[in-house]
Ligand binder design. Structure first.
Ligand code: ASP
Length: 304
């Protein structure tokens, strides 16, 4: 397992994001590594700009995830993994440390599913909406796109390879961000296309509050990536929260212990990013690699 543990910054703000733990980074060329690093850095700067302008953690995680959804490189928004029918069905969720949450699943027409999740949180009495209609997306003032917008040639080729059995059918990824703002509030946002070749209608952990995403002021904000079924069965984000709140664990212990006890026995690979009440940051994964970006000693670090 790989665990990165970063102490809080002087002003207590923090931002960390991930671009999925299912990528085959060993197969990337140096140029591709640079492209992923640039995409992560762009997203990091978008979120960091919000925090530096005294913006909220909620706005910061949305700004970072929007960039990752718009990039065709990551498995969210444009460039998302395709289901067995060759279609993109997108899931996303957001949670404010104040205790409110919103999520969408099987989204086919909202350009940025993370904004749809935020609308559910802020403008409906619900937490999770499945397949929001183009009319509703437009009513929310969000951009509606054709289903084809999400589909890239690279993902089409990947799906063919998976369906032909030449690539293991657990090819996956997700994007996410967690943040702490100057007021000490926490937030988490997560967005995905799911697992390549997944059954139509399959929904993973990403839009399930407590599984792929969770935030509670004064405790932790968590965003996950990996085989979603295991993250749901292990209720991974809430398990990390519970170990901190009731078990007295440190942030790194809570994350590491949860991966060891809940993911490893399920033979599930994946990763977690978390920010603690004081702005400490942990990036951890039991997968061979994980795309991520965080800050150490004032410099942006990207993992590709
Ligand atoms: N957790 C996502 C899902 O199962 C996939 C991933 O993060 O790799 O839908």
């Amino acid at each position: 397992m790989h665990v990165i543990d970063i102490t809080p910054s002087a002003n207590g703000t923090a931002l960390v994001l991930h671009g999925g733990a299912g990528g085959r980074t060993a197969e990337l060329t140096p140029d591709e590594h640079r492209e992923y690093a640039a995409g992560l850095e762009l997203a990091y700067r978008a979120g960091r700009a919000v925090l530096d302008a005294q913006g909220s953690a909620l706005d910061a995680v949305c700004a970072a995830v929007e960039q990752l959804e718009d990039s065709p490189l990551f498995n969210a928004g444009r460039g998302a993994a395709l289901n067995a029918q060759g279609e993109a069905e997108l899931d996303a969720s957001i949670m404010s440390g104040t205790g409110r949450a919103g999520a969408v699943a099987a989204v086919r027409r909202a350009k940025n599913p993370i904004f749809a999740a935020r609308q559910v949180m802020e403008n409906t009495p619900h937490v999770l909406l499945v397949a929001p209609s183009p009319e509703l997306i437009a009513e929310w003032g969000l951009q509606v796109v054709d289903a084809e917008y999400f589909v890239t040639d690279a993902r089409r080729r990947q799906l063919e390879t998976v369906l032909a059995g030449r690539l293991e059918p657990t090819c996956h990824g997700t994007v996410g961000a967690v943040a702490r703002d100057t007021a000490g509030h926490l937030a988490a946002a997560t967005s995905t296309g799911g697992i390549v070749g997944q059954h139509e209608g399959r929904i993973g952990d990403t839009p399930i509050i407590g599984a792929g995403n969770y935030a509670r002021d004064g405790i932790v904000a968590v965003s996950c990536t990996g085989i979603g079924e295991a993250f749901m069965e292990g209720v991974i984000s809430h398990e990390i929260y519970a170990r901190l709140r009731y078990g007295g664990a440190s942030l790194a212990e809570a994350v590491r212990g949860t991966i060891v006890d809940e993911l490893d026995p399920r033979a599930a690979d994946g990763g977690v990013i978390a920010v603690g009440a004081d702005g400490a940051v942990v990036v951890a994964h039991n997968s061979t690699s994980m795309f991520a970006a965080y800050e150490r000693d004032g410099a942006i670090v990207t993992l590709t």
